[in-house]
Design a protein around this ligand. Structure first.
Ligand code: FAD
Ligand code: MLT
Ligand code: ZN
Length: 495
């Protein structure tokens, strides 16, 4: 078996090819509804292809077990038989980690989707890994709580997928990362052993904090089947403002001011450049009016404030914005007047990822950089694509011979996290070679991270060394080998 998508990769001889005995075994432990084969009506390619339509595997089998015990039996068997497995949640991964490379079995968590328990006093929430993030949040809202993570893919991504990528999202600056809010996990190891540590304890220093190993492991050492999460009280008052700024330096000044004046009320500080808003405008096709008249400013910021008292919350935001106007930090701005306007402003931010993809394809780089250097990577990337003849100097000049449309930047200022997206008409080798390792070298030179929140997956397989030392990489390999000696879990990816 070879892959035209990945000519440099070879299917490992170590892994067995699926045969009729294997299928018989899976049929003996699972119902018809838990097995998806090419002959089934549900489309197998939905599970084989990623959200960006950039990565595509050739799996002939998707297993969708309804219980943890069945997952344990599946992994035990696959480990014995050396059948490779890719765990899959909502398949919204952005680094090629959630789909097979060759014929790995896809282990979907779609059917493991029950909310297990919730304590309204402590806010501790326990659920199966396959619960969709939005469903978890809707449940919590009814109890006046919220999930401490929010992101544009909330309607599809699952708690287990978010834990496995250590997703960051839109409000990390206020609620912290999942390394802090996950209190316990239930995990099935590659040999089928079930590790149940769905703790409800805020403090528990009993030796190594083993759950942390699985947070961000991207399905390489086990399958997360349940999570215990410390959720947050739902703020009674939320408001959002959308602002225009003339240069990146002013964004940093505004951020400093927001931290000191909005303090505990600041729950999001997101930035978008003009190009990302232009693509979003095209993609939304007039469905929503641009919040500030025309899209004519170089940068935009979405600020969210939230708290327990509406008049206090609103007054703080208004006085902050007045000050920012007087100090000449912002050119224009608007504040949401009601819930619909608030949701619409968020829509301009949350639709950016699919807008960047909408022209045909997108190369995505999710990096951490010192704030002062954050946007310089976008400028450097545009200059490089122009110098290589892959992009027009004038963004309005739609030259069909230039496959790249342009580099855009947006992201989470509060987390020092830039999303560099290169919108393209099609994926080509020339563009990829112009971008890699160029982007990673740039990030390394600024002492940043090549993987801020999306993970490494297949995309960054060859580039881990730009953010980790040889000894750190060796320690990761040792861990992988210890828990997954046959290497069946999500093979060919970053480790
Ligand atoms: P999948 O995509 O199915 O899988 C992700 C990885 O985890 C894969 O390596 C997979 O093998 C593994 N995995 C999945 N489930 C399990 C499990 N139960 N046990 C073990 N391994 C598992 N990410 C951010 O950090 N911040 C954002 O703001 C953000 N916004 C996004 C917006 C959009 C529109 C999209 C498409 C993606 C976004 N992402 C973001 C990226 C993505 O990482 C998250 O959507 C989410 O964390 C992935 O969850 P999932 O259930 O779809 O996992
Ligand atoms: C975001 O912040 O919108 C997400 O991380 C997704 C993306 O970068 O495309
Ligand atoms: Zn993000």
């Amino acid at each position: 078996l070879t892959s035209s998508k990945y000519p440099a990769l070879k299917r490992s001889e170590v892994f067995k090819q699926l045969n009729s005995d294997d299928l018989r075994y899976f049929e003996s432990i699972l119902t018809k509804a838990e097995i998806l084969r090419p002959s089934d009506s549900e489309n197998l390619s939905l599970y084989n292809e990623d959200w960006m339509r950039k990565y595509k595997g050739q799996s002939k089998l998707v297993l969708k077990p309804k219980s943890v015990e069945k997952i344990s039996l599946i992994l035990k068997y696959c480990n014995q038989e050396k059948l490779a497995v890719v765990p899959q949640g909502g398949n919204t991964d952005l680094v090629g980690g959630s789909v097979p490379v060759f014929d790995e079995i896809i282990l979907s968590l779609n059917n493991l989707n029950k909310i297990r328990e919730f304590d309204p006093l402590t806010g501790i929430f326990k659920c199966d890994a396959g619960v969709i993030l939005e469903n978890a949040n809707t449940f919590l809202n009814k109890h006046d709580y919220m999930f401490p993570l929010d992101l544009g893919a909330k309607g599809s991504c699952q708690i287990g997928g978010c834990v496995s990528t250590n997703a960051g999202g839109l409000r990390l600056l206020r609620y912290g990362s999942l390394h802090g809010s996950v209190l316990g996990l239930e995990v099935v190891l590659p040999n089928g052993e079930i590790v149940s540590s769905m703790h409800s304890l805020r403090k528990d220093n009993t030796g190594y904090d083993l759950k942390q190993l699985f947070i961000g492991a991207e399905g390489t050492i086990g399958v997360v089947t349940g999570a215990s999460i410390l959720t947050a009280p739902n703020p009674k008052a939320v408001n959002v403002s959308f602002l225009a700024l003339e240069d990146f330096d002013k964004i940093l000044k505004l951020y400093g001011k927001a931290k000191s004046e909005l303090c505990e009320n600041l729950s999001a500080f997101e930035f978008m450049d003009k190009e990302s808003m232009t693509l979003t405008d095209i993609h939304l096709k007039g469905e929503l009016a641009f919040p500030l008249g025309e899209n004519e400013h170089p940068f935009y910021i979405l600020i969210e404030v939230s708290g327990s008292n509406k008049s206090h919350n609103d007054a703080k935001l208004e006085s902050f914005l007045e000050g920012a106007m007087e100090e000449d930090l912002i050119i224009d701005g608007t504040i949401a007047q009601d819930e619909t306007e608030l949701q619409n402003l968020w829509k301009w931010r949350e639709t950016v990822p699919e807008s960047c993809l909408s022209q045909g394809g997108v190369y995505k780089y999710d990096v951490s950089l010192p704030l002062k250097d954050l946007y310089s990577l976008v400028d450097a990337t545009n200059a490089r694509l122009i110098s290589k003849g892959l992009m027009s100097e004038n963004p309005n000049d739609k030259d069909p011979n230039k496959p790249a449309i342009g580099a855009t930047g947006y992201g989470h200022i509060g987390d020092g996290n830039l999303h560099l997206n290169i919108a393209v008409n099609e994926y080509t080798k020339e563009i990829e070679e112009a971008l890699e390792p160029f982007v990673y070298e740039f990030v390394q030179s600024k002492k940043g991270s090549i993987s801020a929140e999306h993970g490494l997956g297949l995309q960054k397989k060859n580039y881990v060394k730009y953010s980790r030392s040889p000894i750190e990489i060796q320690m990761m390999k040792d861990l992988k080998h210890h828990y997954d000696p046959n290497g069946i879990m999500n093979p060919y990816k970053y480790i």
